[in-house]
Design a protein around this ligand. Structure first.
Ligand SMILES: *Cc1c(COP(=O)(O)O)cnc(C)c1O
Length: 402
């Protein structure tokens, strides 16, 4: 193991820049784990949050409600496929996934259908760090063996990408279907699992499978949502409608923690808020935090008034052209780009912290992990900033090879 470097103290952020306490300024290549899609400190979001802070920073959402949440729920539902119109707000992505899983299971229980409590999830998948979500992560990354006995046991299959994996997926599904409540997948991109892409045929296969066995199909769009793959949501690009979508990460433009679980009305109809035994068994303290909802509404305003998806398309073209030369560098096994995601995959990265430090020396904040060096910049990043990020990757990889 390598010792972890000390965190770099940050005093300020602005646009795609991170200002360090020692006076250095870094260009941000990953938008704080893909959250700051409009860049940091966008004035429109700041103004909305400041106004909300004056009126009401928070109020409990049990028995009370507020306009910022209702407005946000209506707007999110308007962006979803037909029927996905019931929105549940929580405060982190992991919890949004937990809620999605609980909705899928409890809807069946409420309808008197017992014994269908498990999920089929995928190798290479990532859905969060809580116990319930770890169990549907990649078994090695999620350390299922280490936590055996603590984590619920789930069914893990390969993504059905080709004939062999389709056959394996179909066999696993058939064997386990009677005990399954649903299938959970990150559509088009497995993010934290290494930025691995798949195409719409995979998702169509999952939709067909879910329909055949009566399973709830959950698309975890926490990474892919809000323009990251080039469309507003990955399910749009793919043309496949799930039964539940989870959102977080860029939901508030990276301003504050908020997450949403959006379910089809057919699932919602299985719940009864007037019957404690049939109400959804979840109620986080900071549910629908008004500051978060105000930030998220302001973020959606920006998607409407500024051409974010056009910017994602321009980033895609620049990443393709800029990262392509890395392909011929020694140690590079793949270069891939989808929307505002650019990935250089290596044989292996011996020491990610050392590589990161060399990138910081070049004035960029990029965080290599596993075997990849990747860019997921703010959609508003300037061309020269993006070029600086791409250039830094090329330079450190060339030097590493030398
Ligand atoms: C980040 C992420 C999560 C977990 O979100 P947290 O807010 O970190 O709990 C879940 N699913 C996907 C696809 C993610 O990228």
């Amino acid at each position: 193991m390598h010792t972890a470097p000390m965190p770099l103290p940050v005093v300020r952020t602005e646009g795609s820049r991170i200002f360090l306490a020692d006076g250095r300024v870094l260009i941000d290549g990953i938008a704080s784990w893909w959250t700051a899609c409009h860049g940091y400190n966008h004035p429109h979001i700041r103004a909305a949050v400041a106004e909300q802070l004056e009126a009401m920073p928070h109020v409990m959402f049990g028995g009370l409600g507020h306009e910022p949440a209702y407005r946000l729920a209506t707007r999110l539902a308007g962006l979803m496929p037909d029927g996905l119109e019931r929105v549940f707000f929580t405060d982190s992505g992991s919890v949004a996934v937990e809620v999605a899983m609980k909705i899928a299971v409890q809807a069946r229980l409420n309808r008197g259908e017992r014994g269908r409590t498990k999920f089929l999830a995928f190798r290479g998948g990532y859905h969060g760090d809580t116990l319930g979500t770890m169990a549907v992560c990649d078994p090695e990354e999620g350390m299922h063996a280490l936590f055996a006995g603590l984590l619920p046991e789930q069914v893990i299959a390969p993504l059905p990408r080709d004939d062999a994996s389709r056959a394996e997926f179909d066999a696993v599904l058939e064997r386990h279907a009677p005990g399954l409540a649903g299938i959970i997948v990150e559509p088009l991109v497995q993010g934290a699992g290494g930025m691995v892409f798949h195409d719409a045929t995979v998702l169509r296969h999952l939709r067909d499978a879910a329909d055949r066995y009566g399973l709830t199909l959950i698309f975890d769009e926490i990474f892919t949502g809000f323009g990251r793959t080039g469309a507003m949501f990955a399910h749009r690009t793919a043309g496949v409608a799930p039964d539940i979508v989870t959102l977080s990460k860029a939901l508030t433009g990276g301003t504050s923690p908020l997450a949403a679980t959006i379910a089809h009305r057919d699932l919602f109809d299985a719940f009864r808020s007037d019957d404690p035994a049939k109400a959804l068994m979840h109620g986080p303290t900071f549910m629908a935090n008004p500051l978060g909802c105000a930030a998220a509404n302001a973020s959606l305003d920006l998607f409407e008034t500024e051409d974010r998806l056009g910017q994602a398309g321009r980033i895609e073209a620049r990443l393709r052209a800029g990262l392509e030369p890395c392909r011929s560098m020694p140690g590079v096994v793949d270069v891939r780009v989808m929307g505002a995601i650019g990935v250089v995959q290596l044989d292996a990265i011996e020491n990610p912290a050392a590589l990161r430090a060399r990138l910081v020396e070049r004035g960029v904040w990029i965080r290599p992990f596993r075997d990849i060096v990747y860019l997921t910049p703010a959609l508003t990043i300037a061309d020269d900033e993006l070029d600086a990020l791409i250039g830094a990757i090329g330079a450190v990889l060339a030097r590493a090879a030398a």
